[in-house]
Design a protein around this ligand. Sequence first.
Ligand SMILES: CC(C)(COP(=O)(O)OP(=O)(O)OC[C@H]1O[C@@H](n2cnc3c(N)ncnc32)[C@H](O)[C@@H]1OP(=O)(O)O)[C@@H](O)C(=O)NCCC(=O)NCCS
Length: 308
Amino acid sequence: MRIYTLNERPDYFSQLKCFLNKSLEKDFITDHMIKRCTINDPNYNPELTFLALEKDDLIGILIGVERIKAPKEVVEAQRNMAWIKIIAISPRHRNKQAFNRLLNAFLDEMKNKKEIKVANFASWHFHPGVNVEYEYYLENYLANGFMKYGEVVDYELDLKFFHVPRRILLNEKKLREEGLTFKIVDNEHISDVKEWIKNKFSPYWAFEAEVAVREKHGGLWISYDNNDNIIGFSVYGALEPNWFGPIGVDEKFRHLGIGSILLFKALNSLRLNGVRYAIIPWTQHLFFYSQIPGIIGIRHYYFLKLTL
Ligand SMILES: CC(C)(COP(=O)(O)OP(=O)(O)OC[C@H]1O[C@@H](n2cnc3c(N)ncnc32)[C@H](O)[C@@H]1OP(=O)(O)O)[C@@H](O)C(=O)NCCC(=O)NCCS
C-alpha cells in the first residue's frame, strides 16, 4: 500500500463518488455533495486529501481540511484546529493498517495544530459526525485517541406522507391577524437578512441562507413582526437540494409556534420542488422535529476530537 495526495494523483478525483458510496454504506454521496465538500469549499486543499493505493487500486481515502478562508469571521479562532471530513476504506481492506496509514499521513501535516475534529466542518461537510453504526471507523478513531464530545442526529423524511397539520394553519392565521407576516426572500433583500442571521445565530447559517437564495432548488422563508422587523427564518435546499435548515427564531418570539410555521413552510417548498426524501441534518432537537409527519429514519452521529 502507498499513500499519495490527490494533488499527486488528480486522476483519482473521478473515482471519489463511487468509492465513497461503496465504502460508507450508510451514506448517499452525490456529485453535488462531492463538489460542495471539495472543489467548491473555499478552504479545500487537495494536498490534504490522501489516497491509499494498492498497485493502482484505490483502497482508502482521507479528506482533510483547515479553515483558511471561510467563513472569514471564524478563520482566526480556528487557526489551531483541523478537520477530517471523511475517512473511507473499501470493505475488503478494513484493517487497522489502512486506517492508521491514512490518519498518520494527515496528522504528520497537522503537527502545528492543537485539535483535530471529525466530519463536522460546518457548511462544507458530508455528515455531522461519525455514524454510530460505523463500527469499524468508530473503533479505529477511538483506538487512535479520539474522544466523543457530543452527538447529533439527522432526521430522514418521506414527503409522500407530508401534510401541514391543521393546528399549524390555524396558528399562522392567528399570527397573521396579529400583524406577523411570512415571506420568501428574494435576492434583493438577502443582505439585510444575512446580517440578521449572522448577528443572532452564526456566520455559517448566514452563508447557508445566502446559498439557498442563490441555488435553483433552494429558498429562504422569513417571518416579520408587525413593525417589519425580522423575527425568524428557515432555509431549504441550501447545501443539498433535499436538505432542510438552518432555522432560527429570535429568542423573544420563541414558543409561540413561529418556528413550527417556518419549518412547515420550508418543508412544503421542498415538497413542491418534487423532493421525495428530505433530510434534516445535524440537530439535537427532538420534539421540535418529531411533530413532522413522515419521519422514516434517524441517523445518529458522535462528534469526535483528538487533542494534540
Ligand atoms: C428551534 C426553534 C427554531 C424553535 O422556534 P419556536 O418559534 O420557539 O418554535 P415553536 O414555538 O414552534 O416550538 C417550540 C417548542 O414547542 C414545541 N412544540 C411545537 N409544537 C408543539 C405541539 N403541537 N405540542 C407540543 N409541543 C410543541 C416544540 O417541540 C418546541 O420545543 P423545543 O423548543 O423544546 O424544541 C428556536 O428554538 C430556535 O431558534 N432555536 C435556536 C436555533 C436552533 O436551535 N435551530 C435549530 C437547529 S437544528
